[in-house]
Unconditional design. Sequence first.
Length: 419
Amino acid sequence: MFDLDKWQEIWMTITRNKTRSIFTAFGVFWGILMLTILLGTGNGLENGMMSGIEGLATNSCFFYTDKTSVNHKGFKKGREWNMHNSDIKVILANVPEIKYLAPMLFGGKSENNTVRGDIAGTFSVRGCYPDYAHVEEQKILYGRYINEVDIQEKRKVCYIGKTIYEALFKPGENPIGQVIRSNGIYYTVIGVGTGLSNVQIGGRSDEMVVLPFTTMQRAYNQGDIIHFLAAVAKDNVDASYIEEEIKTILKSQNEIAPNDERAVGSFNISEAFKMFSYLFLGIRILIWIVGLGTLLAGAIGVSNIMLVSVRERTKEIGIRRALGARPKDIISQILNESLVLTAIAGFIGLSLGVCILAFFDNIINNLPPENGVFIKNIMIKFNVAILASVVLIVVGLLAGLLPAWRAMQIKPIEALSEE
């Protein structure tokens, strides 16, 4: 049951020496304020870094060719080689853990190579399969992405990036069905979009003319050559596993020594994602250590001031003991005083910290994208705020333990005889 008189007495005790209470509470206020700001900043840094790979399949790996470094089956080291269409069939037949497999081709990028009417621009060209949209997710603005019918029929169509659309078309103009010329060849526009990821594979998606893979092989006289290969593992399958399996097959299919570590180049996005996860886990742990250390320092200050308060109130406590106050009543009063002092200072610090984060978050969100800000959404999560509040309460209780124990050591007779 709520005892108003009891809490009024606690508040009067705290405010008896306002100056001392304010300076003591400042340590707790500063500790929770720093913890809040550090947690928000760390969260914003993590959000900013992760937004850079947003839209890119995190359980993916990529492959490219390099010169061989080992003699094998009569071939000398230093041999250049290419992946081929036949490699795709063998990989899909032998690695069932693959969810998506997307071979790619890269075209040339010459001055003003992309033209519509009397407007020209310099943009890259890429040949893709439909599955590549699952590797690097696209936000479709008009029309659609490359599909299987385009691949089968080797259609002379293209999907263009947002930047190309803005360069060649008027604002709001429907580009679907319009014809553009890329590297001297005419294509019908079937879609416009923008890549959700900031990761650049062969160039930015917004500045890319995407052709059906088979169309590009024919138009550029590439035969059955593949320049680049992207693979996504099925759910609950580590991308490192399919990475090794695919490398083994590519070496076997192209007469490359199994121990040749250089011939088949690869990089694994899932490994980079894990590295980022461990990095930010370490940052969060460090922030909590620093924040809790600052809070502990504040709690020690509260504990010291409560010890002084107990010493000054020795006679008062002795009288209460003599009048029949139970030990738990004395302990409860000291702990509640410590908790109230800590909670008031802490929640003011927490509220101010959230306000500061909200202020700077609003400034960051209004900055233009070209500024390259690498921090995003610096507000702390609700569950983190709850955890910080729980920590604050625990700190307040811990700060009152020693003063409460000291109060219990006061004997009524000795307290009454003290001047």
